[in-house]
Design a binder for this molecule. Structure first.
Ligand SMILES: [Zn+2]
Ligand SMILES: [Zn+2]
Length: 183
C-alpha cells in the first residue's frame, strides 16, 4: 500500500438509518459503493438497527425537522476516529435555509435527507435510478466535508447544490484539486 493511499483513509465510517429509512438503500449503497467508501475510510459498517427520530426535532409550523438534533444523536454513537453517516427519510432544515439535502461537521459526522431527492416529492413519477444517483452524490458531498473539504467550483461532487438541477448536473466524484486536499 502506498503512503499516499494510506493518507486518504482517515478512520472508520458507520452508516445509520433513522426510523423510516429502508434498510434496502443502506445495503445497496454498501454493495455498489464498497470500493469508494474503502478508498476514503479504513473500514465501514452498516448499523443494523434503526435510530429513533430525535425528540423535539419536529417543528409543526413548518412541517419539517431540525437537522442538528440528528447530527447530535450520531455524535453520541461514535468515538474519535470514527465518523457516522445518517440517512434520514424526513424533510430537514437548518435555521437559515428552507431545506437541506444534507449537512456535515468538518472532521465529524454527516446526515443526508432523502425526501427531496425523490421525483415523487414534487408530484412527478418516481424514478429509482435518479433517486439513487442523487443520494450517492449527496452522501459523497457530505462525506467530503467530513474529510475536511469545502465547497468547490470545479466539475466536482463538492459543488454546492441548492436545487436538484445542480445535484443532477454535478458528478458523483471528487475533482483532482479536492483529492489532493484530502491527502
Ligand atoms: Zn456542502
Ligand atoms: Zn473539487
Amino acid at each position: 500500500m502506498s503512503g499516499r493511499f494510506k493518507e486518504l483513509r482517515t478512520g472508520t465510517l458507520r452508516i445509520f438509518g433513522f426510523e423510516g429509512t429502508s434498510q434496502e438503500i443502506l445495503v445497496r449503497l454498501a454493495k455498489e459503493h464498497r470500493e469508494r467508501f474503502q478508498r476514503h475510510f479504513t473500514d465501514f459498517t452498516i448499523h443494523p438497527d434503526e435510530l429513533a427520530v430525535p425528540e423535539g426535532s419536529y417543528v409543526r409550523s413548518r412541517g419539517q425537522y431540525k437537522a442538528y438534533p440528528f447530527l447530535e444523536s450520531l455524535g453520541h454513537l461514535v468515538t474519535s476516529n470514527t465518523h457516522a453517516l445518517g440517512l434520514v427519510n424526513l424533510d430537514l432544515f437548518v435555521p437559515d435555509l428552507n431545506f437541506i439535502f444534507g449537512t456535515a461537521q468538518f472532521g465529524g459526522n454527516a446526515i443526508v435527507a432523502l425526501p427531496r431527492l425523490r421525483q415523487s416529492f414534487f408530484g412527478l413519477p418516481h424514478d429509482d435510478t435518479m433517486f439513487f444517483q442523487r443520494t450517492v452524490k449527496e452522501i459523497f458531498h457530505e462525506l467530503g466535508h467530513v474529510l475536511g473539504l469545502r465547497h468547490c467550483t470545479n466539475y466536482c461532487v463538492m459543488w454546492f447544490s441548492n436545487s436538484l438541477a445542480e445535484t443532477d448536473g454535478k458528478p458523483d466524484s471528487y475533482c483532482q484539486d479536492c483529492l489532493r486536499q484530502m491527502e
